[in-house]
Design a protein around this ligand. Structure first.
Ligand SMILES: CC(C)(COP(=O)(O)OP(=O)(O)OC[C@H]1O[C@@H](n2cnc3c(N)ncnc32)[C@H](O)[C@@H]1OP(=O)(O)O)[C@@H](O)C(=O)NCCC(=O)NCCS
Length: 183
């Protein structure tokens, strides 16, 4: 049985970061992140273009938490929690397999600083110890070298390639899956 009750919201802390709930007051930064072409290149979701789009993203993240279907954290500066660098979380849970899919993104201004390995450690610990996951999976576009590098560096192993898994904006997309089992 997975523990998918996220109330109160589980904030996580690392040396440099606070991971907290994404709130409607973050709308400008969510628009900046989810509207950034470079950051969205390999994410098969509509890019946010307006404040309404960004509020829609926040509403989706909020209902995922309430319904126990997903949980995402705003990756923030620990000393200035209104400064959001990116978003990370479990975008899908598969309770029958005690598995979740992890996802992450940073605004390009914050790439190359090692924020993902710092945040992912706490998010994995939460997943294995609190949610009681047995495995964490990540799905990437095979062209997404930056994301593959993160997964391999953080000890995820290649699991499978699914060709033409989906169509997005009239393009057939392959997916590579990586997996990490509970230690
Ligand atoms: C994927 C993504 C999050 C990677 O960001 P990133 O900043 O390259 O990744 P990390 O946070 O792991 O940082 C690692 C880099 O920081 C450097 N670094 C600097 N300080 C560091 C520190 N204290 N600790 C660790 N690494 C540090 C590392 O050397 C490494 O640089 P390198 O790759 O040039 O060797 C980013 O490219 C992104 O947001 N992409 C768009 C969204 C996306 O595609 N998400 C994945 C969907 S599956």
């Amino acid at each position: 049985m997975l523990n998918l009750k996220f109330n109160p919201f589980p904030e996580l802390k690392t040396e440099r970061l606070l991971l907290r709930q994404v709130l409607p007051t973050d709308v400008a930064l969510v628009l900046k992140i989810r509207g950034n072409e470079e950051a969205m290149r390999y994410i098969p979701r509509q890019r946010a273009k307006t404040t309404e789009d960004a509020l829609g993203v926040i509403a989706m993240l909020t209902s995922g938490i309430k319904e126990g279907k997903s949980i995402n954290w705003a990756i923030c500066n620990k000393n200035r929690p209104t400064e959001v660098y990116g978003i990370m979380g479990y975008v899908n849970f598969y309770p029958a397999q005690a598995k979740a899919e992890i996802g992450y993104m940073l605004h390009p201004d914050y790439w190359g600083k090692g924020y993902i390995p710092e945040a992912i450690k706490e998010v994995e610990k939460f997943g294995f110890e609190v949610v009681k996951l047995q495995a964490i999976e990540a799905k990437i576009d095979p062209r997404n070298e930056n994301s593959r590098k993160i997964l391999l560096r953080n000890h995820y192993t290649f699991d499978r390639l699914v060709q033409k898994e989906m169509v997005f904006q009239e393009e057939e997309l392959d997916s590579e899956y990586y997996i990490k089992y509970k230690p």
